[in-house]
Design a protein. Structure first.
Length: 282
């Protein structure tokens, strides 16, 4: 494996201004003489705004752009769920002014029908295409109705050890696999790794329902594992990113860097640079 330094060096030109990475998918011959034409896979990079929870909405947008990406999902500290139409429209206008695509919201917890209604009205008013959410199991029928009504995707987020609803991507998948095709997963690879799962295996097994991915690295594949700069932890990112390419993932790879809440930018930039460095070698 190439060194971390080489990965970052290759990415240095892409820290600013690169928001998507296009990769030719190389078909494996496995002894066969004929291979299909390569398929270009465009990987979209973004940020989950919980990363920037100590900063204002405008600061969060500016810091996202400084990491060379232009896609974001808002957590409620940046745009409260109970915001009125005018407030939401102003937030959307600011995103457009800055050149950042507000593609979704989350993580949003839904414990009652009223909270489901609030989440979908909020997302619909903002023109968001996706809710990254954690609905109670008994509300899934109602959530499915809202998905059909609004054409807004639901991506259920796994939270690892201690999560009684969706500790793993598989917990979410079994609940949605026979439901509307717009109900799927936001796989948090850090939390999945903390319960001993292989993120590459998960995205492969559940690829038909993976709508969003939260990128993070953790210090150990156990409950005590903590968020760290990508490349300094225990997740095999070269294998994971090769797998993302192989399954022709169409969603966003959204950095959720939970460490150093008051000064996250250095860790964000290094993490994004490491990811871009790996992608440049595939």
């Amino acid at each position: 494996m190439k060194s971390r330094r080489n990965f970052i060096k290759k990415a240095s030109a892409g820290i600013v201004g690169v928001t998507t990475v296009t990769l030719p998918e190389i078909a494996k011959a496995s002894g066969l003489k004929g291979t299909p034409d390569p398929v270009e896979v465009v990987l979209k990079l973004g940020v989950a705004s919980y990363t920037l929870r100590e900063f204002s909405m405008e600061e969060a947008l500016d810091m996202t752009l400084r990491c060379g990406v232009d896609r974001i999902t808002f957590k409620s500290m940046h745009l409260p769920l109970d915001s009125d139409k005018e407030t939401i429209e102003k937030a959307v206008a600011l995103c457009k002014q800055k050149g950042v695509e507000l593609y979704g919201a989350g993580v949003i917890y839904m414990k009652t029908k009223d909270e489901v209604d609030q989440a979908f009205t909020y997302a619909q008013t903002a023109g968001m295409k996706m809710i990254i959410g954690v609905p109670n199991h008994e509300l899934l029928d109602y959530v499915e109705e809202k998905v059909k009504e609004t054409d807004i995707k639901l991506a259920i987020h796994n939270h690892g050890p201690g999560d009684k609803l969706y500790s793993s991507p598989e917990d979410a998948y079994v609940k949605v696999q026979n439901r509307d095709s717009r109900m799927g997963l936001c796989i948090d690879i850090g939390h999945a790794h903390r319960i001993g799962r292989d993120p590459a295996a998960d995205v492969t097994a559940f690829s038909d329902r993976v709508f969003d991915i939260h990128l993070k690295d953790v210090t150990a594949a156990k409950a005590e594992g903590e968020t760290c700069i990508i490349g300094r932890g225990t997740i095999d990112f070269p294998t994971f990113l090769r797998t993302i390419q192989k399954i022709e993932y169409q969603g966003t790879l959204a950095l959720e860097y939970e460490a150093e809440a008051k000064d996250p930018l250095p860790g964000m930039a290094e993490s994004m640079g490491y990811v871009k460095g790996i992608l440049s070698t595939l």
